[in-house]
Design a binder for this molecule. Structure first.
Ligand code: CTP
Length: 323
């Protein structure tokens, strides 16, 4: 058994269809320590205990490894949190959202660690779950769309700033900007590096932030410039996540230095303010990960529709599911 470190935290889960609720759990966990070990369940264990995953293990791992707050990924972590695994990695405490999660037999996955006083609960993020996202995808509704205006800023500025921290999850790092009415640029947070850095400006929807985005941004970053991403507003094209969800999902990524929420028709608004070396659309990047866009996630979900419906029916009961 490794020496247990008070400041090394364990968090585990499926992290399927990665979203800002997952990232927020990771960020909250990071507040309890300097190091964060993340245990990822296998596809097989998730299938048995919960249902089919959208993303496979490799994709879920790659997505998690793009997160700026984690220290180490521990593959194949048991579905029921096992103190021996935590001991082996020197983690005294495990963090989980304050929802109850059960295995295939209905047992509390965190019962053992709770009894040992090693469980820390954090607030689960409302309004987002893998199931919600799948339902939006299936129904293709746009009730979730938002407008970037003063109310938007008031409502989301705190969470944006929390996600705009650096690797320690505590100190401000990213530049955060918004475009109102497709023209006015507003600063929410100045970056903690010199603002006159040269940037590559990468525009995109960043829907369902996934390995394609992460690897593309990583490749661009290797050119030696800071990365500023421009996140299209809602209704630019159909997106499963709305603009705040897409922005937060991107902001948790270690390759993103600054973010502009909203995109203008006239890039001079951006080029006057920032030193832009290159303007790129993430969709135009052709590389080996294009398969994810061509025949990937959406098709996979469509193929899995019946399995998801079954899973929901089993979990909620028919009347509740059809509400
Ligand atoms: N989590 C959270 N807020 C959400 C969704 C998940 O805080 N809206 C947390 C969970 O509590 C857990 C971690 O993210 O600590 C990983 O969750 P995961 O194992 O992926 O499963 P779920 O909780 O089922 O997440 P989802 O419903 O989105 O599949």
């Amino acid at each position: 058994m490794a020496e247990l470190k008070e400041n090394r935290i364990w968090i585990d889960g499926c992290f399927d269809f990665f979203h800002h609720g997952h990232a927020n759990a990771i960020l909250q966990a990071k507040q309890f320590g300097d190091e964060l070990y993340i245990g990822l369940h296998t596809d097989e264990d998730i299938f048995t205990n919960k249902g089919p995953t959208v993303m496979n293990f490799k994709e879920r791992s790659e997505t998690i490894l793009g997160n700026k707050w984690i220290t180490e990924l521990v593959p194949n972590a048991p579905y029921v949190t096992d103190p021996d695994w935590m001991n082996e990695h020197g983690c005294k405490y495990v963090v989980h959202g304050d929802d109850i999660s059960t295995d295939a037999n209905g047992n509390d996955c965190y019962g053992i660690v709770r009894d040992k006083g090693r469980l820390i609960l954090v607030k689960r993020t409302g309004g987002v779950s893998t199931t919600d996202l799948i339902n939006i995808l299936l129904n293709r509704s746009n009730d979730h769309y938002l407008t970037i205006n003063d109310d938007f800023i008031t409502k989301y500025k705190d969470i944006l700033k929390k996600f705009g921290t650096g690797e320690d999850g505590k100190t401000a790092y990213n530049g955060i900007y918004l475009i109102k009415n497709k023209t006015a640029l507003e600063t929410l947070q100045v970056p903690q590096f010199q603002e006159d850095q040269k940037y590559i400006y990468v525009k995109g929807s960043y829907d369902l932030f996934h390995p394609f985005h992460i690897k593309s941004l990583s490749q661009l970053k290797s050119k030696g410039f800071k990365i500023i991403i421009g996140v299209y507003e809602d209704a630019h094209e159909f997106t499963i996540m709305n603009v705040i969800q897409r922005s937060l999902s991107a902001l948790q990524c270690k390759h993103v230095d600054s973010i502009i929420i909203g995109v203008t028709d006239d890039d001079s608004v951006i080029t006057k303010k920032f030193q832009i070396e290159e303007i790129i659309s993430i969709d135009d990047l052709t590389n080996e990960f294009a398969y994810l866009k061509d025949n990937g996630i959406q098709k996979r979900i469509q193929d899995n529709i019946n399995l998801y419906k079954e899973r929901q029916l089993k979990k909620l009961g028919k009347a509740e599911y059809e509400k």
